[in-house]
Design a protein. Sequence first.
Length: 414
Amino acid sequence: MTTRDDESRRIARAVLPEGLRRETLAVRTALAPSQHGENSEALFLSSAFVQPDAATMARRFAESEDFTYARTSNPTVRSFEARLAAMEGAEAAIATSTGMSAILLLGMGLLKAGDHVICSRSVFGSTINLFAKEFAKFGVRTTFVSQTDLGAWRAALDPATRLLFAETPTNPLTEVCDIRALAEIAHDAGAMLVVDNTFCSPALQRPIEHGADIVMHAATKYLDGQGRVMGGALAGPAKVIKDVMGPVMRTAGMVLAPFNAWVLLKGMETLDIRMRAQSANTLQVAQWLEQQADVERVYYPGLASHPQHALAMRQQSGLGGALLSFDVRGASPEAARANAFRVLDSTRVLSVATNLGDTKSIITHPATTSHGRLTEDQRRASGIGQGLVRLAVGLEHPLDVIDDLQRGLSTLTS
Ligand SMILES: *Cc1c(COP(=O)(O)O)cnc(C)c1O
């Protein structure tokens, strides 16, 4: 006969054995289930948590212990944080409402007036704006450098440099940076390396294993994986995530909604198989695009023609990821833009939208959308031409994606 004690030991799987592999951690890491023993993580839609007595409540508030008020902590959000930290090989993670608010939290936690940041000039458009416009208002200077030119990163260092910020591969040109080399440059200067790992996700790339200090995520993308909710996160050492970011979060309040955390927890369980399948589909589409007369260039780290192909294969578990871009031909920027629009408008399966990381393939025109708010100079420096088309490949059959691209491309030659 089982006693109640035996039963609660059996269902409380919060303490997992050592040495589990990432695929297992992605499915199993969470807070202990409730007394009911639910097998799927519970969704705690509660802003406040009832305290056993006034003294306990006082202590929990004073020491910011779990769980008092949902701006400080919520059990479903904590499960998401624990799962992401386990998958990234980080000591801790903190969840935010969006990817951008993760970078906002990063800046609020680690930067002050007079500090200096070095950022790849090829990062997500809003990331450039956040550093160049918003943080600049508070006296933080940012120097933007070529993603792949290590000499430029080193040359940009100055005594006030606190952070190096990179995204690899970049959006939309899929430039790959050497995480280990950048970490050495940062550490020699007493600075930290932050890597936006949105595109590879921990299924393909764990930046901390390569020496990065902090990993940032737009969970909106592959962690969710089905384009449903927005979310973000930072992962790294407990002394940064818990001790520095935690208090800023409690004050500033860019928390992840518990419902979104629950959706993300479900998405992360299939992350590994999705990333593998979507990478394979993307490689097939990229190889086809390379053969097309009206495509001038294909950007995809999985192709042997990619300038950092070897580095990408080493750093990304041998896979290219699920995002590619290509330049459609055009005699002038206007003609190239018209041809790119033709490719988008001829699709009947792909979604014309500005997201990625979905099981539904999404096609977009970066120069007029994600990078539309940049000045023409910033855009040219980032290499985003008017003929550039970005494709985030999902889980449709790759031949149906190819047929859909063919509809527009075939009309350019006629
Ligand atoms: C989408 C994205 C972001 C921003 O995330 P949001 O959730 O949209 O705020 C940051 N970095 C990269 C690489 C992204 O793709």
